[in-house]
Design a protein around this ligand. Structure first.
Ligand code: UFG
Length: 343
């Protein structure tokens, strides 16, 4: 039998855990390393419920060379999907060194170990944040990169540059960076989903906690943007669609041969822009209840509108988002209700 073990760093996180499911369903053998600094052990139980077996997991910081070396050897790792990173935009501005050390340090250590052990396939989590406030929509992979507006965003930009420079230096690694748009939703079984620690800063987790009574009111950050209803526009993508993009990218890495570049980058979005108010309306229809929200001032650092042209991923990875905004919010809401029923 061919060895198809894939190390998923940050595999207990929101996107990581859903990708573990997609990998297993596609016949890969996922192995997790996660330090549980922003994730919970209960995710492993959820994965077991879905998959019917325990996914191997090392509870450790992946910025540790010896741990990685041991893991690569013991598990016979053949490819890596690197999710492990801090991701809070506001926090990254307050603790830049912690963000640079963690997000870039772990990438460097991982790539060192891959080169040392001869493991060539790497998928890196990047973000649509690299496009900043784009002049033309939708954004393609050729849309100019803007100077990062946050330390978090900068770690993603620098991460992409590291991959590009390593590719230029040698062809030992095959690498794909995926630029995620806004992931929402949950596994339809409601066994895994997003688990924000503390007060959520992202729209959908805050909205869900408002709808379930944990928060009193959602504030819409500004309705005076130059958009049809005045609220910001984003590309909300179901996390299972996003997860499946990693499987497609992994399969594409296998075909990456020859003397040319072994690094590529893809937008992973639904390809549709929705405003904050549109999302709220869709959620109200899904949940059958009115949401308590008010219009507040703009949030510093928010861009007016960004959504993906995902043609390249369709043509070259054979991947396209299949699930609707409504389906994503149905799955999110099922997950939220299940969570609240537990506590
Ligand atoms: N929003 C609200 N109220 C809230 C939270 C968000 O109105 O309580 C609005 C925001 O203003 C924005 C939209 O909802 O218009 C989406 O906001 P999120 O915080 O959910 O997502 P962002 O688009 O700001 O964040 C995404 C990724 C980050 C990334 C960032 C960079 O989640 O990882 O883009 O712009 F860094």
């Amino acid at each position: 039998m061919t060895n198809n073990t894939i190390l998923v760093t940050g595999g207990a996180g929101f996107i990581g855990s859903h990708t573990v499911v997609a990998l297993a369903e596609a016949g890969f053998r996922p192995v997790i390393i996660d330090d549980f600094s922003n994730s919970q052990q209960s995710v492993l139980e959820g994965l077991k419920q879905i998959l019917g077996y325990e996914v191997p997991c090392v509870a450790h910081d992946c910025n540790d060379r010896q741990t990685l070396l041991d893991l690569f050897q013991q598990e016979n790792v053949r490819g890596v999907i690197h999710f492990a990173a801090f991701k809070a935009v506001g926090e990254s501005m307050e603790e830049p060194l912690r963000y640079y050390r963690n997000n870039l340090g772990s990438l460097l250590t991982l790539m060192d170990v891959m080169l040392e052990t001869g493991v060539s396939n790497l998928i890196f989590s990047s973000s649509c944040t690299v496009y900043g406030e784009p002049e033309v929509l939708p954004v393609t992979e050729l849309t100019p990169i803007q100077p990062a507006a946050s330390v978090y965003g900068n770690t993603k930009q620098i991460g992409e540059e590291i991959l590009r420079d390593v590719d230029a230096a040698n062809k030992a690694l095959k690498m794909i960076a995926l630029r995620y748009f806004n992931p929402i939703g949950a596994h339809p079984s409601a066994q895994i989903g997003e688990l924000p620690l503390g007060i959520p800063s992202n729209l959908v987790p805050y909205l869900l906690q408002t709808a379930s009574g944990l928060r009193q009111q959602l504030t819409v950050f500004g309705d005076d943007y130059p958009t049809p209803d005045g609220t910001c526009i984003r590309d909300y993508i179901h996390v299972m669609d996003l997860a499946e993009a990693h499987v497609s990218a992994l399969q594409a890495l296998g075909q990456m041969t020859g003397a040319g570049s072994h690094y590529d980058v893809f937008n992973i979005g639904a390809g549709q822009g929705n405003s904050v108010l549109e999302l709220i309306r869709t959620f109200e229809s899904v949940s059958g209840q009115a949401l308590n929200y008010r219009i507040g001032p703009r949030r510093a650092g928010d861009v007016t509108a960004v959504y993906a042209d995902a043609t390249k991923a369709r043509e070259q990875l054979g991947w396209t988002a299949k699930r609707s905004l409504r389906e994503a919010l149905e799955d999110s809401w099922r997950w939220e209700q299940m969570l609240r029923a537990k506590v």
